[in-house]
Design a protein around this ligand. Structure first.
Ligand SMILES: CC(C)(COP(=O)(O)OP(=O)(O)OC[C@H]1O[C@@H](n2cnc3c(N)ncnc32)[C@H](O)[C@@H]1OP(=O)(O)O)[C@@H](O)C(=O)NCCC(=O)NCCS
Length: 319
């Protein structure tokens, strides 16, 4: 096979590249600044960069990366992150993927970026190829970031915990859309006074730009809000369980299970056929829950891993 021709893509991008990245990232191929996850209420703009691989002018591979928007005063402006890497089936294992990564590193280093990150899902047929490319390009050893489980409502219903636990009468499950403004203010006030919500699971981080009203639920104990399962619609058929929490020590006896079960039942009624639940590895009890109580029944379990390439010693680009 001849060497692929690698080109930084400019708009309009040939439709031949459309299917070479994840559906959620396809809008990035307009190559205009936009939020990465508008479906989650993300408003921070990123600037996409895409490099295409061509063989005799035919698109055969694509790498897509997010870079910070130039001129941004955002102190959280991040290093570039590789979002997807693809090579057409017919041309795999001929170095196209590695050539794309090599070229991407070169382009970003020339633009003054100090490092490049990648996060990818394991448990897929091409995980070994991705890791082989990163290893050959001397990226950092991959480290686990999150554990992800994908399941249908029917698979969830087959787990031993589904419907097997009941809440005591002092508990009440309610639709999150019915959370009152007083209750919301009290959650924030009490947490500010004496923190009780695990960092990253605060409900306002996850529902401020919207949530799935059909399946997102709250849990009251003696009239006080002590837990939530907040979900987001990814597509007509796909639901993400974004944030779940029950106040300690109330949550320690598996009281989240009936809330999950109620949420999944509602998701099914609302027509969702696929659910995804992701737990950052630092939430050990959630990871245990996935490994021990979900993995055997779920359609897919994998972890995301992160790796970084130091591009240059010249320091991070100022944006
Ligand atoms: C991942 C992907 C882009 C790799 O593209 P590619 O052009 O085949 O990659 P390369 O030929 O440059 O390199 C592949 C490397 O993986 C190795 N490899 C492939 N299959 C492997 C396996 N099962 N076990 C171990 N190594 C494997 C190859 O030997 C090669 O390494 P080498 O160059 O040291 O010999 C391609 O498989 C693909 O498009 N997969 C589908 C999309 C995907 O999963 N993308 C990644 C997540 S976004």
């Amino acid at each position: 096979m001849s060497k692929p021709d690698l080109r930084i893509l400019t708009a309009p991008v040939s439709s031949g590249f459309e299917t070479m990245t994840f559906p959620i990232y396809r809008p990035l191929l307009k190559l205009e600044p936009r939020p990465l996850h508008p479906e989650m209420g993300d408003t921070k703009l990123v600037k996409p960069l895409a490099i295409g691989a061509f063989l005799e002018d035919k698109p055969v591979g694509l790498v897509v990366v997010e870079t910070p928007v130039e001129g941004s005063s955002d102190p959280d402006a991040r290093d570039p992150e590789m979002l997807s890497l693809f090579c057409h089936k017919e041309f795999r294992n001929h170095g196209v993927g590695r050539a794309l990564v090599t070229q991407l590193e070169k382009v970003l280093a020339e633009r003054g970026f100090a490092r490049l990150h990648a996060v990818y899902m394991t448990g897929k047929p091409h995980t070994a190829a991705v890791e082989s490319i990163l290893r050959r390009r001397r990226w950092s050893p991959p480290a686990a970031r999150t554990v992800t489980v994908r399941f249908t409502p029917e698979e969830a219903a087959a787990t031993p915990w589904f419907g097997a636990r009941f809440l005591e009468p002092e508990y009440e499950i309610f639709p999150w859309k019915e959370l009152t403004s007083e209750e919301r203010a009290e959650i924030e006030r009490s947490h500010k006074e004496s923190p009780w919500i695990s960092e990253g699971l605060e409900p306002w981080l996850h529902d401020r730009y919207g949530f799935d009203p059909a399946s997102s639920l709250g849990l009251r104990y003696k009239g006080e809000v002590v837990g939530w399962v907040i979900n987001h619609r990814l597509s007509a058929n796909r639901l993400r369980f974004t944030c779940s929490f029950v106040r300690k020590p109330l949550g320690s006896r598996g009281r989240i299970f009936p809330v999950f079960a109620a949420s999944i039942a509602r998701a099914r009624e609302a027509g969702y056929g696929n659910c995804i639940f992701t737990a950052p590895v630092r939430f050990k009890s959630m990871v245990r829950f996935i490994e021990r109580r979900c993995a055997r029944w779920a359609g897919f379990v994998g972890e995301t891993r992160g790796s970084t390439k130091e591009l240059t010693e010249t320091g991070k680009k100022t944006v």
